[in-house]
Write a protein that binds this ligand. Sequence first.
Ligand SMILES: Cc1ncc(COP(=O)(O)O)c(C=O)c1O
Length: 408
Amino acid sequence: MSESDLPVPSVPNARDAVRALRPSQIREVANAGFGVDDVLPFWFGESDRVTPAFIRDAASAALAAGATFYTHNLGIAPLRAALAQYVGELHGSTSPDHIAVTSAGVNALMLAAQLVVGAGDRVVAVTPLWPNLVEIPKILGAQVETVALGYGEHGWQLDMARLLAALTPETKMLLVNSPNNPTGWVMSRDEQRTVLAHCRRQGIWIVADEVYERLYYADADAVAGTTRSRTAPSFLDLASRDERVICVNSFSKAWLMTGWRLGWIVAPAALMDDLGKLVEYNTSCAPAFVQQAGIVAVQQGERFTQELVLDLKASRDHLTRALSGIPGVDVKAPPGAMYLFFSMPGATRSLDLCKSMVREVGLGLAPGSAFGPQGERFVRWCYACDTARLDAGVERLKRFLAQHGAAG
Ligand SMILES: Cc1ncc(COP(=O)(O)O)c(C=O)c1O
C-alpha cells in the first residue's frame, strides 16, 4: 500500500471540555488595541510598579548562590515555615504541615480543583468572577453552577438564601473569591460563618480564593492584636485547619510579584501527600530562587504591603471621585481588591464598548462580560497605578462619551 492510499486523518481536536472553554474577552479587547499607538491599559490585574528592590535582590542573591535545582514538591522548608508563621499571625495558629508552595495562585486553584473534583461533579461559584476560577473545574469535566451577587444601592451583595439553596448535598465544591475580582465585594465574617456551617453539614468543600486578602480598605474587620493589619475576613479565621477548607493565596498582589509565579495553599495536613503528587505532575516545584525571595517577602515585606494598601486606597478614592462626576456613570468604592467595576453608557454590550474605547481613544478597560453574564452592564478598571495616569484615563473616557453624545 502506498502512502497515498492511507485514509486522510481527521482534523486533530482537543477534548470537548477544553474546546468548550471560554476564551479571554480581556485578551479580545487587547487584540483590538493592536496597532493603536498610545493605549492606557487598565485591563489587567496588576500594578504598573516593579516588585520592591529588597525582594528582587533576594532572588539575585539566591541565584548567585546557586539556587537552581528542583526542590521538594511542597516547597522548601524555610518558606513553608515562614508562610505558616505569616498565616498564623493573620488567622491563628498554622503549622507548616498545612502549607504547600505553588506556582502562583492560578496553579494553586488548579491543584485545589484537581484534589477535589472530577468529571460530572457539581461545583458552585459566586459570580461575577475572574474567569479562571470558573473555567478550571470545567477542564476536569465538572459542572459549574453560578450564584450571582446582586448590585444595588450599597454595591454588590450576596443573596445568602440563594447561595444556600444552590449548595445542595450533591455539590462537591464551593468557590468563593473574597475580596472579589472584579467587583471588590468582600464576604462578611457572618456570611462566612453561615456558609461554613452549611458546607460542614452537607460535606461540601470550600475553596476560598483569598489572593486579595491584604488589599482590604475597611479597618473595622482588621484582625486585632496582631502586627499585621487590614486583612479581609478569611475562612481561615473560622475553620479548623483539618476540615474541608482549602485556601488559595499568592505573592502576586500583596508584594507586586505577578511575574514570579509564586503562591501557596493552606489545606488539611491529610491532603498533603496527594497534593505533593499533583504538584509533581503539574510543575514539580516552584523555582528555588523564587521561593528564596518569597521568604524575604513574607518576613520583611509587611511595611511595604501596608504602604501599598494605603496607596491603593488613595487611588481607589481618587478614581471613584473622578468617575462619579461623569453623567451616566454609576460607581461605588468597594471594600477590597484593586478594581472599580462600574456601569456606564453603552456597557449593556460591554465587549463591543471596550473594543470601541481602545480603538477610538486608547482607553484599555476590561468588559464586564469577561466575568460571566452577570457582569454585563459593567466595565472593570484596575486602579493600581499613579493618579496622573488615572486622570489621563478619565479624560479619555470623557472624550469617548462626548464623541458618542453621552457626556451630557
Ligand atoms: C481572583 C484571582 N485569583 C487568583 C489570581 C491568580 O493570580 P496569580 O496566578 O498571579 O497568583 C488572580 C489574578 O489576577 C485573581 O484575580
